[in-house]
Design a binder for this molecule. Structure first.
Ligand code: GLC
Length: 529
């Protein structure tokens, strides 16, 4: 066996707990619901679940506004439910990764309530308080990610506090060692309970410019774009001091053995890879969102993959993401047929894949009428298309009207295409679910896919081709990113090609001699001989 870590070999599955399975009929998913559906993850063939926040929260940003880092919100259950969930997951051989939200708390967190009591408060410096600009306005031009200025005025003390997201999400002051100590305690609380790692929310935001200088204007900004695009976030994010904090998080985890630290980072690739750390003391996996932003053409994707592979420091491990709770769903972006090709790409590239719940079924974006909008960003900046509700629709367990998600009223609409659900797709040997199960099984069976090297193959048109190699095994992946037939003149190995799987799940075994033919929207994994 190779000496790779579980989070290198394995695949991660993201669960948005509000939307996974509702065990008590209130229309909102919960921890016991997750526990009861762990079998789905096992049958799918993933290795770990990352669960978005379930901590006590006023839910201004659906749990990304934490009011207590060491508890469970009653909406989602109890600590005992969490303990039962992790025990069952471990019994099934699954790891559990929590969502750690260190950049900001809820404005209802006791730390912030104390901090806002006045300039003399012992916790004043736990958050970022500044005097107004000379004209009485906000201290600088930093914008909130959810629209408007990132500074909220507190009339009682005559100062502003900084919030990179909602005003209900004040940013912590990570330059204060007491904040660091308290947050390391929170990590240890969950490590002691057996969690296998953390996905760290907006980790590149943690430290801000010490002088609070203005951000420069963004030349790419134009009408119709959200406020956050007005300026380049170079002073408000990605400061060098953040790496000391990340190293401290890593050290905290290291005391517990083989735990993983994943960072949520939206930065260009040359900055992204800095988060591995100069001596790999950064996060294990800086989330790589390039497939989300990329335009879907082979010539361009191949460059991007190559560049990323070259940028990763020696000893660093790549990772790939197609979707999450903040982005449009992949089936909506590419259409159902090409989403199958995207799944093959995600699960055959070198690096840890993260699958967003429901993408294994091909779930669409579910439109939400404006009056039913839940997402605070959509409410703050309506009509720009920034809303995140469409990707957060309930998981579909069967084809009944409430999709087997709840017996109550689901918190977001279930959406069209009821045939996209676990029960129906499990019974269909060529479904999107069947494709995911097959590809994940293939990864497990073939070290070349799980841990092998990546070699680009020169191709033309809309074909993307690469080799994965480990020990004596070589697998070749050819993906047709277009809706036309394509062919590739790839010299066949001595014994000819053998197709292991195609995205249609209808092509297996020896390939005819001559150029490889790919049907529209088809991808194949080929073995030699
Ligand atoms: C991250 C989360 C997002 C949240 C934001 C503020 O980007 O993924 O859902 O709104 O941070 O915590």
């Amino acid at each position: 066996m190779d000496d790779s870590a579980w989070w290198q070999r394995g695949a991660i599955y993201q669960i948005y707990p509000r939307s996974f399975f509702d065990s008590n009929g209130d229309g909102i998913g919960d921890l016991d619901g997750i526990r009861r559906k762990l079998g789905h993850l096992v049958e799918l063939g993933v290795d770990a679940a990352w669960i978005s926040p379930f901590f006590p929260s006023p839910m201004a940003d659906f749990g990304y506004d934490v009011a207590d880092y060491c508890g469970v919100d009653p909406l989602f259950g109890t600590l005992a439910d969490f303990d039962a969930l992790i025990a069952e997951a471990h019994r099934l051989g699954l790891r559990i990764i929590l969502d750690f939200v260190p950049n900001h708390t809820s404005d209802q967190h006791p730390w912030f309530l104390e901090s806002r009591q006045g300039r003399e408060s012992a916790k004043r410096d736990w958050y970022i308080w500044r005097d107004p600009a000379p004209d009485g306005g906000p201290p600088n031009n930093w914008m909130s990610n959810f629209g408007g200025s990132a500074w909220a005025f507190d009339a009682a003390s005559g100062q502003y506090y900084y919030h990179a997201f909602l005003r209900e999400q004040p940013d912590l002051n990570w330059r204060n060692p007491a904040v660091q100590d308290a947050m390391m305690e929170a990590l240890r609380f969950w490590l002691e309970r057996g969690v296998d790692g953390f996905r760290v929310d907006v980790i590149w935001h943690l430290v801000k410019d010490a002088l609070f200088r203005d951000n420069p204007p963004n030349p790419g900004y134009g009408p119709g774009q959200p406020d956050i695009n007005r300026f380049q976030q170079i002073r408000s994010t990605d400061q060098p001091e953040v790496f000391d904090i990340i190293a401290r998080m890593r050290a905290t985890l290291a005391a517990y053995g083989d735990r993983v630290l994943i960072g949520e980072i939206y930065l260009p690739v040359e900055r992204l890879v800095a988060y591995y750390g100069e001596r790999l003391e950064g996060v294990h996996l800086p989330f790589n969102f390039q497939l989300i932003a990329a335009s879907w053409h082979a010539r361009g994707l191949d460059e991007m993959i190559d560049e990323y592979e070259r940028a990763i420091p020696e000893g660093g491990w790549p990772n790939w993401v197609l979707g999450n709770h903040d982005q449009k769903r992949i089936a909506g972006r590419l259409g159902a047929a090409q989403a199958r090709v995207a799944a093959m790409l995600l699960l055959t590239l070198r690096g840890t894949p993260t699958i967003y719940y429901g993408d294994e079924l091909g779930l669409p974006n579910v439109p939400v009428p404006p009056e039913l909008a839940q997402d605070p960003w959509e409410k703050n900046e309506p009509g720009l298309g920034v809303g995140r509700d469409p990707a957060r629709a309930p998981m579909r367990w069967n084809d009944s009207p409430r999709a087997g998600f709840t017996t109550g009223t689901p918190w977001l609409p279930i959406g069209p295409q009821p045939e996209l659900n676990v029960a129906t797709e499990a019974a269909d040997p060529r479904s999107m679910l069947a494709l995911h199960r097959r590809l994940l099984a293939l990864r497990r069976a073939h070290p070349a896919l799980a841990v092998g090297g990546y070699e680009r193959i020169e191709a033309e048109g809309d074909l993307l081709a690469y080799r994965r190699r480990e020990g004596g095994e070589v697998l070749t992946v050819v993906l047709n990113l277009s809706a036309r037939e394509e062919s590739l003149d790839l010299p066949a190995p001595a014994g000819g090609w053998r197709c292991l799987v195609s995205t249609g799940l209808d092509r297996e075994g020896p390939e005819p001699a001559g150029p490889l033919r790919l049907r529209p929207d088809e991808g194949v994994v080929l073995a030699e001989g």
